[in-house]
Design a protein around this ligand. Structure first.
Ligand SMILES: *Cc1c(COP(=O)(O)O)cnc(C)c1O
Length: 493
């Protein structure tokens, strides 16, 4: 299978090159030239495999340059990082609502699903492309990607990783997790600005020939661990399949029955993996795109106008505080029937004027697949409280946004299909806001907030979240975005 760029269909590279580059040299995003399609029989066959087997079955169709053994080993190493070696457990809330908990990995957020796999895929890609240089992974984070990427790439030979995070726009615990990061090849750097500033700075370096040459002279090529990298997106397709098939296996649904997924969205990577799963034949009815008050995606998917000319708001779901959702570029490429020139023009428009508008038939197509809405902080807090009181289930603010938007979906559409809410973070990562949502006073000390949440709810608090407070701070630096290049040069010296 070959990969092309959303901005130039003439580009054609093999899978390992797409993973290695992270982003196409023309600034576009890599996508597979055609998608594998699975019928009911394939699904039945896949049902008999365990998670690793399902994953390898799917991965090898996208990564034919990787051997089955290589993929098995990569998956085994990824799965070994999860609690009880279970990557995607499902909790049944009631007769029609299920929670998919994707946060049982090393950093307690769903980013671990992909970022425990990507480093090994990248290492193999480097070998396959016969690249002798080392790799510098450059990644912007709205909070969770950073820690998951640092953890995934730490101490891997031949790779260095630098993470840029907006210093005032991540939760205290997210920041702490990055500041204590160990490893001989890691840098966590605070940026004055928001996530879009950090992401734009990273994308700019990727398209800056002089910068690329400078790195090359120092013996480094650049790659990305953000969901602009196909190797980040691909592992996320797996859990849509595994969830569906697990529900079939235990008799919650019959094979072929359609279900919905409600997804808390930021960079649009998670839900785009769901879109690909649907295109590949998984019986998905609606993909419910949930935003917080940074609701660019809601407006885009309901009105067809992508307009990022607004002020980024700080919310209690910081990993979704994003105005420029990179992966919508992949969606409109697919929706426009792979019209690369149109996509390039629209991305230029977005950059220059801050907006672009879809054609009517494109919007209709999108509305057939996606439902979109947003939840305010107070709606998310109410949802946390209601779900805890009524179902004895504690959810984090990102998951609560998805749950809240699912409730609005039920009010607006007549639909009694079973729905999976994707839970993207452990609630203890955001203990102060969760405590507040439950109506308790919040201790100013973060550790005390975590302990209080635990004693009030008697829910499970991961060891790793408590341990973070005992570790030494190793990364403290905060810089303006103009100084990022200097810091990076220093780092690779
Ligand atoms: C990254 C993240 C999201 C948003 O996912 P995207 O793939 O960027 O849309 C939602 N919730 C949490 C907790 C996250 O870390």
């Amino acid at each position: 299978m070959r990969y092309t760029s959303t901005r130039n269909n003439k580009i054609s590279v093999l899978s390992y090159q797409a993973i290695l580059d992270g982003i196409s040299p023309d600034g576009g995003l890599y996508i597979p030239q055609e998608l594998p399609k699975f019928c009911e029989l394939d699904l039945k066959r896949m049902m008999s495999y365990d998670y690793q087997g399902k994953a390898v079955f799917l991965l090898k169709t996208f990564l034919p340059e990787f051997s089955e053994d290589e993929l098995k080993n990569c998956m085994a190493s990824s799965i070994s990082r999860f609690d009880d070696k279970i990557v995607a457990p499902i909790v049944k809330l009631d007769e029609s609502v299920y929670i998919l908990e994707l946060w049982h990995g090393p950093t307690f957020a769903f980013k671990d699903v992909a970022l425990t796999l990507l480093p090994n895929l990248l290492k193999l890609s480097k070998q396959k492309a016969q690249v002798k240089d080392d790799i510098l992974i450059l990644t912007a984070t709205s909070g969770d990607t950073g820690k998951a990427a640092l953890e995934g790439f730490k101490d891997i030979d031949g790779i260095k990783i630098a993470v840029l995070y907006p210093t005032d726009n991540v939760s205290n615990h997210q920041k702490l997790q990055m500041m204590i990061q160990e490893g001989n090849n890691v840098l966590a750097l605070g940026i004055n600005g928001n996530f879009d500033d950090a992401q734009t700075a990273v994308k700019k370096i990727f398209c800056d020939e002089k910068a690329i040459n400078d790195f090359k002279k120092s013996g480094y090529i650049l790659s990305s661990a953000n969901s602009i990298n196909w190797g980040r997106l691909l592992p996320q397709i797996i859990y849509y399949f595994s969830t569906y098939l697990d529900m079939c296996e235990v008799g919650e649904i019959k094979i072929g029955e359609k279900i919905n997924f409600a997804v808390p969205c930021g960079n649009f990577g998670n839900i785009l993996a769901g879109y690909y799963a649907k295109q590949m034949g998984l019986p998905i009815n609606k993909l419910i795109c949930a935003s917080n008050t940074n609701n660019v995606l809601t407006d885009f998917l309901t009105q067809g106008r992508y307009d990022c000319r607004r002020v980024l708001e700080k919310t209690i779901s910081p990993s979704m505080d994003i105005l420029i959702s990179s992966n919508t570029e992949r969606l409109i490429y697919e929706i426009s029937n792979k019209n690369d020139e149109l996509i390039k023009a629209r991305m230029d428009e977005l950059k220059n004027s801050g907006e672009y508008v879809l054609e009517e038939d494109e919007l209709k197509n999108i509305k057939d697949i996606f439902y979109a809405d947003y939840a305010t902080d107070s709606e998310a807090m109410q949802t946390i409280n209601n779900v805890f009181l009524e179902k004895d289930y504690l959810m984090d603010p990102h998951t609560a946004v998805a749950m809240s938007v699912y409730n609005s979906y039920l009010l607006s559409e007549e639909d009694n299909l079973k729905t999976v809410i994707i839970s993207t973070a452990n609630p203890y990562k955001f203990a102060p806001d969760v405590l507040n949502a439950l109506g308790y006073s919040v201790p100013s000390d973060d550790l005390k907030a975590i302990q209080k949440l635990n004693s009030k709810t008697r829910s499970y608090v991961p060891e790793g979240i408590l341990n973070a407070f005992e570790k030494p701070i190793l990364h403290e630096k905060v810089v303006d975005k103009d100084c990022i290049m200097d810091e990076l040069k220093n780092f690779i010296k």
